[in-house]
Structures are given as C-alpha cells and as structure tokens.
Design a protein around this ligand. Structure first.
Ligand SMILES: [Zn+2]
Length: 374
C-alpha cells in the first residue's frame, strides 16, 4: 500500500462534507477507517447518533509502556454568511495553502497523525500501542468524545496529543467551560396596568447590568489567565401587552483550574441574589499539564529542533476535545499541537499551510518514535 501524504489525506477529508450540523461524520470515518485498517490498525466505530461516527484505531505494541494517544475531531463548522472566494469542499492548493472548510480546524491535524500512524505501522515491535481517536460532533460540545468517555472504550493512556490548530507550537492546556441559563421570575398583569405586575425583564436587566463589570475573586493562573464571564443571550416576555413573568439570560463562563464550577455558581448567587435560578447547559473542566511532567520535558526537547528555540509554556484561549478525552484516558499528560493557525479556524476561506501539515506529521513521528522506542 502506498501511504498517502498528510497533505493528500487532508485534501481527501476536506472533500468530504462533514459540516455540523448535521455532521454526517460517517463518510469521513469510512475513508479513514478503510485507510487505517489496510495499514494494519484495528479500527472500531462508535455512533452517538445515526451517521455520527467516531473512530478509535489501535496499533498494537508490546505494552511495555502505556499507549500514546492522538485525538481530534472530523466535523467542521458551517460555512457562514459571507461568500467564499474558493470552493470550500475542493481542497485546492494555492500558493502553498490548502483551502477549504476544516483544512485548519482540524482535518489537517487528523491527517498528520493518520499519516504518521500508517508510516510507523510498517515497523514492528513498538514499546507501546499507538491509539488514534477521531471524534464526531466536537463543534457542538464534544458529543462524540463524550460518548466514547461514557462507553469506557478508551485506553488508559501514558501520553496524549490533541491536534487542534496551534501553528505547530506545543500548548499545555485550556480553560474549562460553564454555560448557564439564568432564569428570573416575576408576576404577570395586563400591559395597561403594569402596577399590578412584577416585571421580570426589568429585574433581569438590573441583574445583567451588575454583571457587566463583575470580576471573579480568584488569583490568575500563570498560563491561562483568569476566569471570565459573558452574557450571550437574553429572552423575556411573551407578548407586548403583558407584564412579563419570566426572563432568561445565558452566561458563558471560562474557568481556570483553581476555580471550581460549584464555587463559581456560589459567587454568582451571592452577587445576584437567591431569586436567580441557574441551569447548567455545558459543564466541562479545564485541562492543564504541568511543564515539569517528564514526557512534556521530552516533547519540548524534541520541539526545540523544529522551532529553532525552546518552546515557552503557553495555554490556548479555545476549548477542545481534551476536556472529555483526557479524563476518559486516565488523565495522562496532554499537549495540544497541530498544523492549523488558530486565527484562521472557523473563518471564510479557511486554509492550512502545506509545509505546516507536513511538519506536523514529522513532529508526531518524532514524538511517537521517542515514546514507542522506535
Ligand atoms: Zn477544532
């Protein structure tokens, strides 16, 4: 079997439309599953809903060490309102950039570790298993990886790479997400006699104003900054001529590891009062690997050759599948490292530099060779 290059695999994946919603990751999963199986991987498919396929591919080693895992997602975000100047599902390469939806976030990252896996599968007797995870439904809240976590089918890993866009710079973690609906109640009355009611929209509006300059009382994390809050939506009332008896607003909180989500809700309750009811819509913890972890020291050492200087310790502003995959794999040390540029993710005319895709495959190979003693 001729192993396609990481760039060729990226191109093939971009040509398979996996916009989420609806997702339809099964077609990407079919393509990757066939490739990996032919290359000697054992491949398992898991559907969290019809057509929503996640893949786990395993290359068996001698189990002298725990497996090294690579993780990523195969769904992509919708195209957006603005028209594209290139065909979004063609994977055209123009001036060294491979264009298309998902080229940056993150079919290039998946392609780079799939290529690496196929290449190393030709060598026998690795010290450890190599496990590749390709999850569905990440962009709508890590649905595929959470499903894998629930099923308990992932291995107890010794090391993990998440290939989300970092421009091939190793990143040690990211903040958690706590998304809340906040409900405020009032008492309805006819719109012509507002004095008889208690207007829930006025109540909620006053509370939201209190949040505009609100700062959580927590010391910042050196890599991830501090916990932040944003009110994203507001809904109140049913019709114009009634006093509204209910208003709901949603709050997006990004949390640092030192700041538990129960504690965050407690401090919001203290600030806003007991009248607000909170409902958790998304509740996932932050992930952060310490730089003195022996494997991280090893990876940073290897990265120095590619980057030309020792990497700094950095965190990412965005959220990844690591939130579900790290606990599902027994909390191994984890690094986010992938070829895409995070500033291009989710954009019109999304692209990835071809040299970055090939470099990512080489980085993954160097890291895996070290772990698997190849
Ligand atoms: Zn992504």
């Amino acid at each position: 079997m001729v192993i396609p290059s990481a760039t060729e695999i990226t191109r093939d994946l971009v040509r398979i439309d996996s916009v989420n919603p609806p997702g339809r990751e099964e077609h990407c999963a079919d393509y990757l599953g066939t490739l990996l199986q032919a290359g000697g991987f054992e491949v398992d498919r898991y559907e969290h809903a019809a057509g929503r396929t996640s893949l786990v591919a395993r290359l068996e080693g001698e189990s002298r060490k725990k497996p090294i895992c690579f993780g990523g997602h195969i769904d992509v975000v919708p195209l957006g309102e603005k028209p594209w100047s290139v065909e979004p599902f063609a994977g055209d390469i123009i001036d060294g950039r491979l264009y298309g939806r998902g080229s940056c976030d993150m079919k290039s990252g998946v392609a780079a570790y799939v290529h690496m896996g196929l290449k190393l599968a030709r060598e026998k007797c690795a010290a450890a298993d190599v496990v590749l995870i390709m999850a569905a439904g990440e962009e709508t809240g890590c649905d595929g990886s959470k499903y894998l976590q629930t099923l308990g089918v992932l291995p107890d890993a010794g090391a993990m790479i998440i290939a989300e866009p970092t421009s091939n710079y190793p990143i040690l973690g990211h903040r958690g997400s706590l998304w809340l609906n906040a409900t405020v109640h009032g008492r309805t009355a006819h719109g012509s006699m507002p004095d008889l009611g208690d207007n829930a929209v006025y109540r909620a509006a006053r509370l939201i104003t209190n949040l505009e300059d609100f700062k959580f009382d927590v010391a910042p994390n050196a890599l991830l900054g501090t916990t932040t809050l944003n009110v994203g939506t507001f809904h109140g009332g049913i019709n114009i001529n009634s006093v509204p008896d209910k208003a709901i607003f949603s709050i997006d909180i990004r949390s640092i590891p030192e700041h538990g989500h129960d504690e965050i809700i407690d401090s919001l309750t203290r600030k806003l009062g007991e009248e607000v009811e909170f409902e958790r819509l998304v509740d996932v913890a932050s992930v952060l690997t310490t730089a003195d972890e022996p494997w991280v020291v090893e990876v940073f050492d290897l990265m120095e050759e590619f980057l030309g200087e020792p990497p700094d310790q950095r965190g990412a502003p965005y959220f990844t599948d690591a939130a579900a995959l790290v606990p599902a794999c027994g909390d191994p040390p984890m690094i986010i490292l992938g070829p895409g540029d995070m500033n291009v993710a989710h954009q019109t005319d999304e692209y990835c530099d071809v040299t970055k895709i090939e470099e990512a495959a080489q980085m993954f190979e160097a890291i895996t060779r070290r772990w698997c003693e190849l």
